[in-house]
Structure formats: structure tokens, C-alpha cells
Write a protein that binds this ligand. Structure first.
Ligand SMILES: Nc1ncnc2c1ncn2[C@@H]1O[C@H](COP(=O)(O)OP(=O)(O)OP(=O)(O)O)[C@@H](O)[C@H]1O
Ligand SMILES: [Mg+2]
Length: 540
């Protein structure tokens, strides 16, 4: 860089001399003008390739990193998401990856600048090794400043990134909870929470910004001290007749150039430490263990039974299932009932191996869940869950969910799930966009779509976790009818809150605090004075 500048200055001087030469012809001016334009055009592709290449390397690295992170998110165990804030994961995915990828140029500078500085030191040694020794003496002070400020920047950038995560979290809660926020008049509260996160972010950012902005002038002070020492030493050496004016200027010239890479290193050092803070956050997630998939069974037809044998499970504190036993034979329709929190949804989650149980066994056709490949295991079940999950996409894409089905299969699914009546009434039929999380549909309509989705997958076992939020009687009746149709010829494990819906099930399991307390058909259970009768009377 410094050498290029010197060369350009030399070139311009020659050109000026040429133009103002009394003998200069018009041809000379034309040739010169054409040369300047020509050279610029010739260098165009090289400049383009250089800068475009650099940018694409950064953008490609950014995309690859985000791809890896997203894949990681998809493969993390469910237990990880119970603890992690969604906002934090989002902010790592968007902000930290960007900060990390953008540090690519700084990483190059961190290697390039010391090499340039060493080269220039060589030039200085060549000119005057004694003066260079003085410059060497000041280098440790630069290293101390780089180290101290770098660490401090990293620490506070990390803190401000954490605050940014909290802010992203509040932002996403504030957007997804809009209806409830408005209904309960929570706007002021939400804004307050968001403001607090912003204040905290700003406080930490202030420290890292201030450290960074102190570090550059501090380097300038060190440079000026070094320069002052060089001048005094030169003066003394000149007095002793050991240094000529020419030698002095050559040395100072080299010294001036030597300071440029140090300034650039200082800037790169600050950026790189910011990137290190982000890298720590990214790689902490990358190191989390993914869902274990030790099983080997990958082709399989469900033919006998599902069995819970003395299963005990805890999410961390206290057992949610205690010595839980249940056997469901192929083709049976079994319902789980019990008070809220008794462990019904948990039992379904264990079956899908969303969590690993501690004690006991869960067997499918006599083999433990872990013996099956995860994908094979999960492909046995169609889940209609308590919380409806729909994408912001069309009705059609929502029920296809990435797989290929013919239009005929899709229209059968709509018929069976009683979704056709409302889907045809939508402005663009099955091509209608349904909004964030299916916001443009009613509760019952959204449920019927998820039932259609489950039907299309045609899995041998249907898991149904009834929503606790009540639908009106008419919607409820339609959802029930849809389920009955979808459940025909399948093995069913259903969690029910409205006990009227399960009276014709083969068996009803009554759960209390993670244990099975009663078992039988509706009529059998109603004839004894147990938990079921109490629940039934409560639900009437
Ligand atoms: N992801 C989780 N992390 C920690 N604890 C959990 C988690 N999910 C559920 N629990 C706890 O486990 C217990 C059982 O929850 P579960 O969802 O199985 O109940 P449920 O019987 O389905 O209740 P409901 O009828 O209200 O749906 C509850 O006390 C709940 O607080
Ligand atoms: Mg539940």
C-alpha cells in the first residue's frame, strides 16, 4: 500500500512534468489521456473480481453458517427447547452469524498487517539498526494495548449480544401475542419490557464502544511517543556525526510507513474480538448434543402392540410419569383422561421419543423405541396435537407439508376431515394463504386442516391430543366426526378432555399425577365410584 502510494506520486510528477514541458505536443496529451482511461478500463475486471470475490466469500460463509445452525436447531432434542429462549436462538442465527462472517476481512488483516510491518522493519534495520532497536522497544506496549482492549471489547460485546437476544425474544413475543396483548391491554407492559432490554443493551454497548474508541487514539499516542523518541535519538546521533540528513529522512519515511499496518491492525483487532464474542455464542450451540439415533430398524410394519412397562419420567424436577403401564393392541382405540398436568401429553411425547424416559420400557411390537431409527419410529404415528401448528403458506402446502400427493388424495383428505366445506368457501380455495400460524382460520378449521394432514400421511397409529381450548358445539362435533373417519381401521391413542367424545372407545385409561388409577370401558368405569365418574360429572 505504502509502496503503491509512492509509485503513484512518482508517476503523477512525471506526467505533470511532461504536460508542462514547452515541447509537449497535442498528441502527447491525447496519448496520456487515452492511457489513463485505458489503464482504468483494463484494471476494471481485476478490481471487480477482487472485491466481488471478497464479498461473495463473506456472504457464502454467512449462508453456510446459517444453514448449519438451522440444521442444528432441527436436530436438537426437545429438552433443549424447553430451556432455551427462542429469541436467543433467532438472534444468534441472524446477528451473531453476520458479525462472525463480516470479520473475514479483519481476519485477513490480522495476518497481513504484521507481515507488512515486519517487512518495513526489515527496511528500517537496513537503514539504521540502532534506531530500529528503539522502535522494537515500544512494540510490547502496542501488544499490551491490543490485548487489554481486545479482551474488554469481547467481554462487553458478548454481554450486549446477550441483551440483543432478550430484545429479539421480546420482539417476537410482542408480535406473536398481538391478539392477547390487545385484549388484555398489555401494550404498555410489553413496551416497558422491550425498553428495559434496550437500555441494558445500550449500557453494555457503551462500554464496548468506548473501549474500542479509546484503543485507536491510544495507539496514536504510542505512535507519537515512538516518533518523538526516534527524533531525539536521531538528533543525538546526527550530532555525533553518525546520521546524515538523507539517512534521517529515509528512516523516518520507513517508520511512517511502518505505523500504517499498526493502525490497521488495531482496527482489525477490535472487529475480530467482536467476532470472537459471536463465535463463542454460535459454537456453544454447535457443541450441544443432537437427538440420539442409535436404532437400526428402518423397515417395519406395525403388527402387534404398543406397551409402556413401568415407565418413570421426569423433565428435571419431580416425576411426571411414575411406574406407568399401558398396553394398546393393534386396532384398539384407547383414550387417556385425567386432570390437567396428570401427564397425558407427556406419554404421547415419550412415544414419539421427543424425550428419553428414565426407568422402564416402551415397546413397539416387543422392541424398545431406541431400537428403531428415529425416522422410522416417527413415521408410524400421525399426530394431531394440542397446539395446532400451521405454516404461513397456502392451505394446500400446509397439508402437503413438503411431500407429494395427488390432487385426488388431497381432495379425499379434505372430504374425510370435513375441511372441504370451508376450504371451498375460501377466496382462493386451496391456494388461499392462511396467515401466520393459520391466523386467518377459525380454531375448528385449523384443527380440521391438521386432521387432513394426519390423514394424508396414512400412518398406522393415530395420536390425538385434544385441544383444551373449547370449540363451540357445532365445530366440536365436526372435528369429532372428522377424527372418527380418519381413525377408522387405525390404532388410536387419544387424549380427551370432553369425556362425551370417547364413550365408544375400547378402553379408557384414567391418569392421576403420572399414574394409571383406573382402566376400563366407559360403562365399566361409570358403574364404579372412582376417579372417572368424578371427572365425568365435572365435565357435564
Ligand atoms: N417441556 C416441559 N418441561 C418441563 N415440564 C413440563 C414440560 N411439559 C410438561 N411439563 C410438566 O409436566 C407435567 C405434565 O404435563 P403434561 O403436558 O403431560 O400434562 P397433561 O396431562 O397433558 O395436561 P393437560 O390436560 O393440561 O394438557 C406438568 O406438571 C407440566 O408442568
Ligand atoms: Mg396435554
Amino acid at each position: 500500500m505504502a509502496l503503491t502510494k509512492a509509485y503513484i506520486a512518482y508517476f503523477i510528477k512525471n506526467v505533470i512534468d511532461g504536460i508542462f514541458n514547452a515541447n509537449a505536443t497535442f498528441d502527447y496529451a491525447i496519448t496520456l489521456a487515452a492511457t489513463i482511461v485505458g489503464i482504468t478500463i483494463l484494471t476494471y475486471p481485476f478490481r471487480y473480481i477482487h472485491y466481488f470475490g471478497l464479498r461473495m466469500v463473506v456472504d457464502k460463509a454467512l449462508c453456510d453458517l446459517r444453514r448449519d445452525l438451522y440444521k442444528k436447531f432441527q436436530n436438537l432434542p426437545s429438552s433443549y427447547f424447553s430451556e432455551a429462549r427462542q429469541g436467543k436462538l433467532l438472534s444468534i442465527m441472524v446477528d451473531d452469524t453476520k458479525m462472525f462472517a463480516m470479520s473475514f476481512n479483519s481476519a485477513i488483516a490480522i495476518i497481513r498487517e504484521p507481515v507488512t510491518a515486519l517487512g518495513l522493519l526489515g527496511v528500517m534495520v537496513y537503514h539504521d539498526w540502532k534506531l530500529t532497536a528503539i522502535v522494537f522497544g515500544i512494540i510490547p506496549f502496542f501488544i499490551i494495548v491490543f490485548n487489554v482492549t481486545g479482551k474488554r471489547i469481547k467481554r462487553y460485546v458478548k454481554k450486549s449480544q446477550e441483551d440483543q437476544s432478550v430484545m429479539t425474544h421480546h420482539a417476537s413475543e410482542g408480535l406473536s401475542g398481538q391478539k392477547i396483548i390487545k385484549a388484555f391491554g398489555l401494550q404498555k407492559y410489553m413496551i416497558q419490557r422491550f425498553d428495559q432490554a434496550q437500555d441494558q443493551f445500550l449500557a453494555n454497548k457503551k462500554v464496548s464502544n468506548s473501549t474500542e474508541e479509546h484503543s485507536h487514539p491510544l495507539i496514536e499516542v504510542l505512535i507519537s511517543v515512538a516518533f518523538a523518541i526516534v527524533i531525539i535519538a536521531s538528533f543525538m546521533r546526527a550530532k555525533e556525526g553518525e546520521l546524515s540528513v538523507g539517512e534521517f529522512f529515509s528512516f523516518v519515511g520507513a517508520f511512517g510507513m511502518f505505523m500504517d499496518p499498526i493502525r490497521r491492525y488495531s482496527k482489525a483487532n477490535a472487529k475480530l474480538n467482536q467476532a470472537k464474542a459471536s463465535a463463542d455464542r454460535i459454537f456453544k450451540i454447535m457443541e450441544v448434543d443432537e437427538e440420539e439415533d442409535p436404532g437400526s430398524i428402518d423397515k417395519f410394519d406395525f403388527s402387534e402392540s404398543i406397551e409402556f412397562n413401568n415407565v418413570t419420567f421426569s423433565y428435571g424436577k419431580g416425576d411426571v410419569l411414575k411406574d406407568f403401564n399401558l398396553k394398546i393392541n393393534k386396532g384398539e382405540k384407547v383414550a387417556l383422561v385425567g386432570l390437567s398436568g396428570s401427564g397425558k401429553s407427556t406419554a404421547l411425547s415419550l412415544l414419539l421419543r421427543l424425550y428419553d424416559y428414565g426407568k422402564g420400557q416402551i415397546l413397539i411390537d416387543g422392541k424398545e423405541l431406541k431400537d428403531y431409527k428415529l425416522q422410522t419410529l416417527r413415521s408410524l404415528f400421525a399426530l394431531v396435537s394440542q397446539d395446532v401448528f400451521l405454516f404461513n403458506d397456502t392451505v394446500k402446502e400446509n397439508i402437503k407439508a413438503g411431500e407429494n400427493f395427488t390432487d385426488e388424495q388431497i381432495s379425499t383428505a379434505f372430504e374425510v376431515s370435513y375441511a372441504d366445506e370451508f376450504v371451498h368457501g375460501l377466496p382462493e380455495g386451496i391456494e388461499t394463504e392462511i396467515g401466520d400460524r393459520g391466523l386467518k382460520l377459525s380454531g375448528g378449521q385449523a384443527q380440521r386442516l391438521t386432521i387432513a394432514r394426519a390423514f394424508l400421511r396414512d400412518c398406522p397409529i393415530l395420536l390425538f391430543d385434544e385441544a383444551t381450548s373449547a370449540l363451540d358445539n357445532e365445530s366440536e362435533r365436526i372435528v369429532q366426526k372428522a377424527l372418527e373417519k380418519v381413525a377408522a381401521h387405525k390404532t388410536v391413542l387419544a387424549v380427551a378432555h370432553r369425556l362425551s367424545t370417547i364413550q365408544n372407545y375400547d378402553r379408557i385409561i384414567v391418569m392421576k399425577e403420572g399414574q394409571k388409577v383406573q382402566e376400563g370401558t366407559h360403562d365399566e368405569l361409570m358403574s364404579s365410584d372412582g376417579e372417572y365418574k368424578k371427572l365425568y360429572e365435572l365435565s357435564q
